[in-house]
Design a protein around this ligand. Structure first.
Ligand code: ADP
Ligand code: MG
Length: 244
């Protein structure tokens, strides 16, 4: 076996045996690939924030996660890191098509997330694109087929799912609903329901084939609970907003 395969095997062992009780001081204390660690280092990220340390180990195991933490607590990396790692562990390549989708409430947030993905993901070889409208549907559509990772706003993504023949959505491995409270405030619940049902959940028996869903929000509400119920399977709940 070559070195890359060897790295994947030992990474998977570190993920499986990760001890959540040990203090996490730097990102290198987490079972992450050298490509991602290098990307984090060159972007000057040294130590994970609480929402990152508490969620990333389970997200790396393929668990669904509902993470709540106030604005500015680093939720973006809490999903971008496991998203990259998951595709890397699956040896996702150009021929595998769409592997991960991040839903953002606004164009501005989608662009910010895309830029952060490009920064920390620059040593990986995935293709990534934005689906936020502002360009003719056809122009976006032509690029979609070549993307491994999409950062999208809900309305525009749904337009593509409904109208783009052959939009490959069956192999999706990671679905992220970011800033879910804002998505709901903006009235996107029906669009999110349609999107979630579009992407199949995959095999429940084989965790490597299953679609993982990560849902992050600054606040919690009853609408959020219903969104969680329809999109998440046996999730891990992490709430960094709890007092004390
Ligand atoms: P949230 O989505 O929770 O509002 P963001 O993901 O937008 O938070 O992160 C807020 C800011 O914190 C950003 O500028 C981001 O670059 C920075 N940040 C995130 N994680 C870390 C970290 N581990 N170390 C230092 N800065 C971080
Ligand atoms: Mg955010």
């Amino acid at each position: 076996r070559d070195r890359a395969d060897q790295e994947l095997i030992s990474l998977q062992q570190r993920i499986d045996t990760f001890d959540a009780k040990k203090p996490i001081e730097t990102f290198s204390d987490l079972p992450l690939s050298s490509k991602t660690l290098k990307g984090l280092k060159s972007s000057h990220f040294v130590s994970p924030t609480p929402i990152q340390s508490l969620s990333i180990p389970d997200s790396l195991r393929g668990k669904d996660v509902l993470g709540s933490a106030k604005t500015g607590s680093g939720k973006t990396l809490a999903f971008l890191i496991p998203l990259l790692e998951r595709l890397y562990m699956l040896k996702w390549g150009p021929m595998d098509g769409l592997g991960a989708v991040v839903i953002s409430p606004t164009r501005e947030l989608a662009v910010q997330t895309f830029n952060q993905l490009r920064d920390i993901g620059k040593y990986h070889s995935f293709s990534a694109g934005l689906v936020i409208g502002g360009k003719p549907l056809k122009e976006e559509r032509d690029r979609l087929g070549r993307m491994n990772i999409l950062i999208a706003t809900p309305g525009r993504l749904l337009q593509h799912l409904d109208s783009t023949v052959g939009f490959e959505s069956s192999g999706l491995k990671v679905l992220v609903l970011d800033e879910a409270d804002r998505l709901l405030d903006l009235g996107f619940l029906p669009a999110l329901k349609a999107i979630v049902s579009h992407f199949t959940t995959g095999s429940m028996d084989d965790p490597t084939l299953r679609r993982q869903t990560l849902l992050f929000s600054a606040t919690q509400s009853s609408d959020l609970a219903s969104l969680a119920k329809l999109s998440l399977k046996d999730p891990l709940y992490i709430n960094c907003n709890k007092p004390g």
